[in-house]
Each structure stands twice: as C-alpha cells, then as structure tokens.
Design a protein around this ligand. Structure first.
Ligand code: URA
Length: 427
C-alpha cells in the first residue's frame, strides 16, 4: 500500500476500499505508518466523512487489531449497553445485575471519566477492594460465574483504538462521527455480543450538544452494528440536566444501590429499565418491552438485583457492605426566586472535577468522596434561599465551587416545561 495515495484519496473526497483501510490500520498498529501520516488521514476523514461501508470496514479492522472474546455456544446471550456519557450517568451499575438476573450475560468493558463526564470504573473503585483491571481470563470467568462483569479494557483489546484515540485527542479529530463510531463499536463488538443497546445523549452535559448530531451518531452506530451482524438499537436521551440526583463517585454507587432497592430517582429508573427492556427483546428473552420492564421490576422488588450486584462486586474483590466515604455536606442556595429554566450540565461536571472527583489530566488521583446531589430539576419553581443542591466537599473547596454551581443554573421568571427524557428510538 502507498500510504500517501490512501491519504490523498480521502483528502480529495474519494471512497476507500476495505483493503486500503485495513492496510492503513494494520500498518499503524505495527508501527509502519507514522503518527504524522495517521494524523493527516484522521483530519481528512474529519473533513470529508466516511460512507457506511467505509465506517464498517474501519470498525472491523480496528476490532480485529487485538483479541476478541469468544464464548462457547449454548450459553446465555451476551449483551451490553454503551452510553456516550454524561453527568450522573450511573446506569451501568444497576443495569448489568438486572440483566444478569434475566437469563442474559453482560461482559461490560467500561472506561474512566472523559472530559466533564464521569467514568464507570472510577465510580466502582469507590467500593473498597473492587478491581477494575481483570485479566481476560478473570473477566470471562466472572461473566460465566455471576452473569455480569464490569472492568477496564485489557492492553490486548482493540490496540488500534488506544493508539488512534490518543492521536485524535491531540489533533482536533475526536468529534468525527465515523471515527467515534469505529472507536466505540470496535470496543463493544470485541466483547463478542449477541445484542447491543446504545444510550446516545444530547444536551448541555453531553458529548453531542444537539439532537441532530446525536441522531446522526446513533444512526451511524446502529447501521455499523447491524452491518456487522449484531442487533443494535439506540435510544436518544436527555442530558440537559444530570441523570438522577447524585454526581460524583461514591455517592453515585449509593444511588445505584438505592435504585436496586427500588428507591431510585424516576429518571434514572426510566432510562435504566428502557435500555434493559430493549436488550431483553433483542436477545429474545421477552416478547415486548412492556413485559421486559415488568420482569426487571420484579427482579428489583424481590431483592435479586441487589444480591446480584453484591455477588459481582465480591467476584471482583470488592465489599459492597464496607463503608464508602462521603465528604462533608454543604447546601447551595438559590440566589433568586423563579423557575429553573436551564442547567449548564457540563459546567456541573467541572464542579466535580474541581472538587477532585474527576481528572484534569491522565494519572490524577481522584477523591471519590466528593460530588453533589441535585435538589431541583428543569421546570421546578424555587424560592430565594431554597437549596438547589447538596455539595459533598471539604468546606474550603466548597466555597470555591459554589459560585460556579450557582452560575450553571439559570432561574427565569416564566415557567418552562421539563425536557423529554427519552426522545427517540433508532433501530
Ligand atoms: N468515546 C470513545 O470511546 N471513542 C470516541 O471516539 C469518543 C468517545
């Protein structure tokens, strides 16, 4: 392959063949294609886009750049959920055990915080002893024994994405729909899934700020999943305010436990059950999403879901009953009377980061005890001096972030309608 001619073809708007894409990706992983050449190609893709066939070929070659999980025939179907991320999005924690109680297996590879959004692995590490660095063999064993497992990617899983993502991060080529699609779908499909559901968020706290962009990303990922033989459905959900009440790490585990005890906030329960219902139907465990939701509700009310979560935590070395530290509480009061009309949710994500609950740079040590509990939602009427939120923080740190928190919440004179939570289904 002539690398320069492949880059030039994409630069000029041509369609690359699967072989050309494969040679480029394999050459990059081997070290034969240089970072500067790959950067030029990524920028060409960013500017020119990719067809569905090119995106599928890129996904496939990235997927096969490392190991993929193989599962013996005859076991329960393997399913997973991917979320594009947001503030307070802890859905994976209650969802994995709920599905494992419904005759499905959930081999969930998760990540750490990215930008303003929290990461599932960071949250789970607030559980004393919990290991997020299982080997491939341990990962598969826990999945078989318990029915669900949540851990980080091993070094041999999709190495092409690890290299390419780091390059995109420093070359302004992250927000490209085909590159995001291939990055996310290659990692999910490497799990050897029978069905996948995607939670594609839009709004002030989401990666995709507009519904149109979220829809385009969802369409691209669903098309790629289907083309690669994995039934895939996406839900477009709201991230114009935090999901649930808690944002942080330890406090999000607490809210997840509450959800499994039947005491979760309505929005968190609605998104969790809807995503789970899609998987139960895709994997042919239930005929309708209504029946699937009811099945998961029974799993919650019987206590089996919480027991399954405790079992998964124990299998990964953790103790769900050991205390999880929460920083001292301080209320943030409304400076005005009126209606909550908008929330800059990304800014609230940075409040958690500024408290030490998220990373500014790779390798930062986190304080898992900090975060906040949202006490109002868009559309709520508030009085001057009414608590908007409860901050979990050392008092000196709380004073610093309070102004930011208040500035992130717009209070208007006129009432506004709450934004719809689950906006659209793409199948
Ligand atoms: N998350 C990923 O895993 N990859 C992307 O490209 C963007 C978000």
């Amino acid at each position: 392959m002539n690398v320069v001619s492949v880059i030039s073809k994409k630069r000029d708007g041509g369609e690359l063949s699967a072989d050309e894409i494969g040679s480029l990706i394999n050459g990059y992983v081997r070290g034969d294609v240089a970072d500067y050449q790959m950067s030029a190609w990524a920028m060409a893709v960013f500017l020119r886009g990719m067809t569905v066939a090119e995106t599928a070929a890129l996904t496939e070659h990235m997927l096969h750049s490392g190991v993929t999980f193989q599962w013996p025939a005859g076991e329960s179907p393997k399913v997973d959920k991917h979320s594009t991320g947001g503030i307070g999005d802890k859905v994976s924690l209650p969802l994995a055990p709920l599905l494992a109680c419904c005759d499905l297996q959930v081999p969930m590879i998760s990540g750490r915080g990215l930008g303003a959004t929290g990461g599932t692995l960071d949250k789970l590490e607030a559980i004393p002893g919990y290991r997020t660095n299982l080997s491939t063999a341990e990962f598969q064993q826990v999945c078989r024994d318990v029915g669900c497992v949540i851990s980080g990617a091993t070094a041999d899983l999709v190495p092409a994405d690890r290299k390419l993502y780091a390059l995109r991060d420093v070359t302004g080529t992250v927000p490209s729909i085909p590159l995001i699609t291939a990055s996310i779908m290659s990692k999910k499909l490497a799990e050897g899934l029978d069905a996948l559901v995607l939670d594609v968020k839009h709004g002030t706290g989401a990666f995709m700020k507009t519904l149109d962009n979220a829809r385009a990303l969802a369409r691209s990922m669903v098309d790629t999943g289907k083309r690669m033989g994995v039934p895939t459905v996406a839900l477009l959900t709201d991230m114009n305010q935090p999901l649930g009440r808690m944002a942080g790490n330890a406090n999000e585990v607490n809210e997840s436990v509450a959800a499994l005890m039947g005491n979760g906030p309505a929005d968190l329960m609605a998104v969790t059950l809807e995503l789970g219902a899609e998987l139960l139907v895709l994997a042919k465990r239930e005929p309708t999403t209504a029946a699937a939701r009811q099945r998961m509700e029974r799993v919650i009310s019987s206590g089996a879901g919480l027991e399954k979560f405790r079992e998964m935590v124990a299998a990964q070395g953790g103790n769900l009953d050991a205390p999880r530290p929460i920083a001292p509480t301080q209320e943030i009061l409304s400076p005005d009377v009126g209606y909550v009309s908008a929330i800059d949710t990304e800014r609230l994500g940075y409040v958690v980061i500024n408290l030490g609950g998220g990373r500014r740079q790779l390798g930062d040590q986190l304080d898992l005890s900090v975060g906040f509990e949202m006490l109002v939602r868009i559309g709520d009427k508030v009085d001057r001096g009414q608590p908007l939120a409860r901050l979990f923080a050392k008092p000196e740190a709380a004073a610093q972030v309070t102004r930011d928190f208040v500035a992130a919440v717009t209070i208007a004179e006129a009432p506004v309608a709450a934004p719809p939570l689950i906006v659209e289904r793409i199948a």
